[in-house]
Design a protein around this ligand. Sequence first.
Ligand code: FPP
Length: 244
Amino acid sequence: MGLKKNTITKETKIPRHVAIIMDGNGRWAKKRLMPRSFGHKQGMERMIGLMERAFDLGVEYITVYALSTENLKRPQEELNGLFDLFRNHFQEYMSRVCARGVRLRAVGDVSLLPDDVQKILRQSEEDTAQFVGKGINVAVAYGARDEIVHAVNRAVECGEKVTEESFSRLLYTGEVPDPDLIIRTGKEVRLSNFLLYQAAYAELYFSEKMFPDFSDKELDKAIVEYSRRTRRFGKTDEQITEKK
Ligand code: FPP
């Protein structure tokens, strides 16, 4: 019974865009008396597995919070470990997922990253620029407030009044539709400066699992829970039922 409850079926509504805050890599490693960098490596590998599962299920867009503007204030040793992950594994892992016709975009103030890491991200963007329909946003050196301020400045430069839609296109996430489901692992229950504008009507799902332990089954569970929720977008239940 428990198993069935969390099983994806033909009736399950699959979110078009899933965004993930991958929290708990450090704690996961600490519990195993391993360095934080080991947790991040496990986290990156787990993320690739989750992306594959999500695309198999019919998800079209995935946004992953890989590095926040605040994370850039972490000790240099940890940052070097994270940048080394990008240098040594990012292209290999991502090309595996992108080979399914997925376009990769780096969202954030990429100029804050070391030159060679910027180059890796730009190269991955170029290599996948021809793909339409499915996408991965890697949020690096990303902060939602920074993104909003950046978009406001772009709007001011253009000298035109913005609408909700045109403003949304000025954000780092550009044309990508808003997330339907935002998942955060690692027991914390907050958004931590992630997609604050885009999250207006996203369903939020918080997991107690540390990110490396967030299995494909856990993703299925989150999607089943999402599918059970009624998204009213500010309307009444009756209005939603009439539309059906
Ligand atoms: C949160 O765990 C994770 C990070 C700050 C970095 C995660 C980034 C990567 C693994 C590299 C990029 C990955 C992809 C898929 C592009 P934490 O260190 O905050 O964990 P803690 O809260 O337990 O300390």
